[in-house]
Design a protein around this ligand. Structure first.
Ligand code: NZQ
Ligand code: ZN
Length: 390
């Protein structure tokens, strides 16, 4: 097992009706800014419920809506100015990954006086921590299980055609309320996105090379098997509590640092996927479903041992030659995504060979020229992956 440094301070409150805990979780004397997305929080009534809970104590509460999917720096600037102007001292994100990520950025940027007027520079640190000393404290009320943002210190922020990661140890939520019932209103395609994003977060930290991380492997396999068991059910029967509760908890556990501690991590699929979202506006998870199978086809040799383990333990594929078992596991994975209504080819989204160079140019611009768990995915290998995904 590799050395690791695991830190996760987020308090999770899980289950039905747990919004009632808000009054205990948010400091009673706080001046709170509720952040939300393009309107679903209003439409579904969750925003009104949140305000009702916060009103149980004499807090001042303000709102900032309009943080749409793939949160844009220019939109977040409005919230940053509001936090500074109104001396907000607690943020409460009500939404999915985009609202939570956007709120993390607001929490960091509005506190960091040294970045005032040059907030864009906070996007230049990649996966390394941004150089800040603290952030405005914040909590989240999750409405979309997918990204794991509710229990990690990452955000992904869009700035025109750039979609960039931001990390800080101060960007972990103080708490996250995970009530699966609040996710019942999601359209089926967003639930399917959540299953696929969670699946791919897990394999990015599992289908790499073996380092005797037995706990991490078994936990990853447990998440994958759970998703295979409940994935279609929770898309087709949105109000089945137990299926949805399992999705919510898998999504959180897949990207809170636990399964990635002490093992190699890939993230090749995510880095290519982010460029596709930035260039063509395709949902995050839908980009991953196109790229992941192609990564395995192209890097079958480098990932052979773990792909065989994945075939055996996740899909129960035990017969045939090594290549046959790996190929079967890859096609089972694609069929699983397709069974949820998620397409697995670039051409399914009307992308063609000509678009590949645009994606490669964006990867080059962002320094994504040595991707994967071993750094061997050059632009030429990314080209091969994209061609295999056509
Ligand atoms: O904007 P509103 O109107 O709220 O609608 C949203 C949005 O259109 C809607 N929605 C959310 N909860 C709902 C709901 N509609 C009905 N009922 C509800 N309960 O769903 C749509 C998608 O929401 P979004 O937050 O964009 O989706 P997701 O949670 O998949 O987040 C995607 C973003 O997270 C980033 C992605 O890159 C993307 O920007 N990621 C963040 C990560 C992290 N912080 O660790 C890791 C991930 O790999 C990912 O990169
Ligand atoms: Zn993801």
């Amino acid at each position: 097992m590799l050395n690791f440094n695991f830190y996760n301070p987020t308090h999770i409150v899980f289950g039905k009706d747990q919004l009632q805990e808000l009054d205990n979780l948010v400091p009673k004397d706080a001046k709170v800014l509720i952040t939300y997305g393009g309107g679903s929080a209003k439409r579904t009534g969750v925003l009104a419920k949140v305000k009702k809970e916060l009103a149980k104590s004499q807090r001042e509460v303000a709102e900032f809506g309009g943080i749409g999917a793939n949160p844009e720096l220019s939109v977040l600037m409005g919230a940053i100015e509001k936090v500074r102007r109104e001396k907000i001292d607690f943020l409460l994100a009500v939404g999915g990954g985009s609202v939570m990520d956007g709120t993390k950025f607001v929490a960091i940027a509005s506190f960091a006086e040294e970045f005032a007027g040059k907030e864009e520079a906070l996007l230049n640190y990649g996966f390394g921590p941004v150089p800040v000393e603290s952030a405005v404290p914040f909590g989240t009320v999750l409405t979309l299980p997918a990204t794991g943002s509710e229990m990690n210190g990452f955000a992904v922020i869009s700035n025109g055609e750039d979609k960039l990661p931001v990390f800080s140890p101060f960007a972990f939520p103080k708490f996250s309320i995970l009530d699966p019932v609040l996710t019942y209103t999601l359209p089926a395609t967003q639930v399917a996105n959540g299953v696929v994003d969670t699946f791919i977060h897990t394999v990015e930290q599992y289908v790499t090379y073996a380092v005797e991380g037995r706990f991490q492997d078994r936990t990853a396999e447990g998440i994958l098997q759970t998703l295979i068991e409940i994935g279609k059910k929770t898309v087709d029967e949105p109000e089945d509590y137990d299926a949805r509760a399992n999705l919510v908890w898998c999504a959180t556990m897949a990207l809170n640092g636990l399964i990635g501690a002490g093992v190699p991590q890939d993230w090749n699929t995510h880095m290519i996927g982010h460029e596709i979202t930035a260039l063509f506006g395709i949902d995050h998870a839908k980009t991953l479903a196109m790229i992941q199978p192609a990564v395995w086809k192209v890097r079958k040799q480098q990932k052979r041992e773990k792909l065989l383990q994945y075939a055996d333990r996740v899909w129960d594929v035990k017969e045939g030659s090594e290549d046959e078992r790996i190929n079967l596991a890859i096609s089972r994975t694609e069929e699983f995504f397709q069974s949820l209504g998620i397409k697995t080819r670039l051409s399914d989204h009307n992308l063609n060979e000509g678009d590949i160079e645009k994606i490669l140019n964006a990867l080059e611009k962002h320094g994504m020229t040595a991707l994967s768990e071993t750094g061997d995915v050059t632009l030429d290998v990314s080209r091969e992956i994209l061609k295999a995904a056509l």
